[in-house]
Design a protein around this ligand. Sequence first.
Ligand SMILES: [Zn+2]
Length: 257
Amino acid sequence: MNPWMIGGPALLTTAVAGLAAYGAVNSRSQLFGSAICRTNSARKLALTFDDGPNPAITPKLLDLLDRHKARATFFVIGKFARECPELLKETAARGHVIGNHTDAHPNLFWLKPDQITVELRCCNYSIAAATGEKPRWFRPPFGYRNPWVIPAARELSQRAVMWTLLPGDWRATSSEWLIPRMKSVAENAQRNLAGDARAQNSANGAGDIVALHDGGHRQLNADRLPTLAALEYWMPRWRDLGLEFVTIEEAVNAPAG
Ligand SMILES: [Zn+2]
């Protein structure tokens, strides 16, 4: 018997499953629709924070960002936005961009189109109730997508935002563990901003988007002190290397004038 009669369909199934897994999980994959995966300049560094608002950490993070004159993007969970509307309002008022991170933080890979839309709409509603503005940016929980996620966001005029670096800060028990895991941002800046025109050209449109967490999706008041300590370490160093802290909006827009 021709072995392809047995192996062919199984191999094909494996290949399709592998491709689907890549499209669902890989942060740079465009397989299931277009997503923002980098800033548009090597000089621009976009810090993003997921799973808040978190009363235990977000106020401290806002002060830290102010001290470094930095603006960032917060992808918040709808159910936490309803618990802490004042904190969310303050985050927006201090110049940060608020994005949608769904209402209850499910793995969207398993959800049907109408369930995905409900997750997005409920979160939008809670953000708008607190800040007065509907978010234009969306990040899927765990980074998981299926073929309906990005079209559902687009239907609501929202663009999906992924990352170049996910240091895994939710696992960090100390800043000593986390700090080396954020080193690539400085290495990229050293390589791309060193004054070498050729390197700068090849890095065009290649700034980092770092995905960190000011909250925890399971409950409010998650401890993210190592994340704050690692930022205290890196932010002055990043600035000295010539990086500018930008929101996702600034990360994709051309500079004015
Ligand atoms: Zn999350």
